[in-house]
Design a protein around this ligand. Sequence first.
Ligand code: NDP
Length: 336
Amino acid sequence: GVILVTGANGFIAGHIIDQFLAAGYTVRGTVRSPSSGSKVRELHAKYGDKLEIAIVPDLTKVESYENALQDVVGIMHTASPVDLSASDNEKELLIPAIQGVTALLKASKKWATSLKRIVFTSSFAANINVPEGYRPGYTYTSEDWNPVTYAEGATADPVSAYCASKTLAEQAAWSFIKEEKPSFDLVSLNPAWVFGPHFAPTTPALDLKHLNESTQALWKVVDADTVPPVDFAAAVDVRDVARAHLLAFETPAAGGNRFLLAEHFSYQLAADIAREQVPELAGRVPVIEQGKEQTPATYYAVDGSKPTEILGLKYRPITDTIRDAYAQLAAVEKVA
Ligand code: NDP
């Protein structure tokens, strides 16, 4: 059987593909263009033909998936726009996110006759209640839902609109399962900010000016005048997120569940780690201003224990995640 990974050239997908290949699976990655496909093949060259590429030019069209779904037993659906500064909410965020997962589900019901499970890469964005803000004293769990509506998402600020796109896409997926009763089931993984090194056998050829959204959020702390205000007070390691996809596919009891993947995070924590643990960056990160300390008690807490209980996922300490991410970025900068 084949594992289909949509958005194969993405930050998280790089690690998902590596971990499934390392576990012995055959993986088929979908990308929008042949040039993205070649890059993905190159990144995982070690596994040769165990990695196949399928071109899906438009993820919102059911027909685009017909050939990609042959012999597929599991789908990791990561493809979705991650952009916290979109200008057209519906066109850039809501439509590709919602219609993307809906088209994939319809196509799967039609053509993926051996499919057992779809693991949907949702987000903490689908759990958080954005207007509630920092919400000290509140603890988010896997069961929380962002209450946003489509109409609100269509006109909201870009961050809220991204959160709406993830919420409504996840809801569309659960509705499909409930109403269409396909022979496969669904698991939703809801990671907070995903940080950590990009998957790459050597120093990756990253363009520091065009980083994926979460890596960019971390990198902007370097050379900043002040520590940025907290946007999302939670994060998780990209390698743990990838492992959660593998475990979610392989654990029978995971079916029908949502899993919040999160530990406490703040930009002060990121700045302190960079200063203390990444010598190349030590002199380039701001110190938090007195009276503005980003202590955990200022923010909501996150309970990410469900993936540990049901999937057996062990979290890497978030301090290691941040250190490893910065160490890779510093190495990339040196080569560039
Ligand atoms: P990347 O930006 O690195 O990857 C996104 C992937 O989705 C790329 O393959 C991209 O393809 C594809 N994609 C985006 N928009 C479209 C579109 N309109 N049509 C077709 N493909 C598209 O992001 P991440 O790896 O960080 O994110 C992967 C998933 O994880 C997303 O679903 C995201 O919401 C979720 N997530 C990410 C978090 C984070 O902090 N990074 C946190 C929580 C959830 P292309 O290169 O062709 O645009």
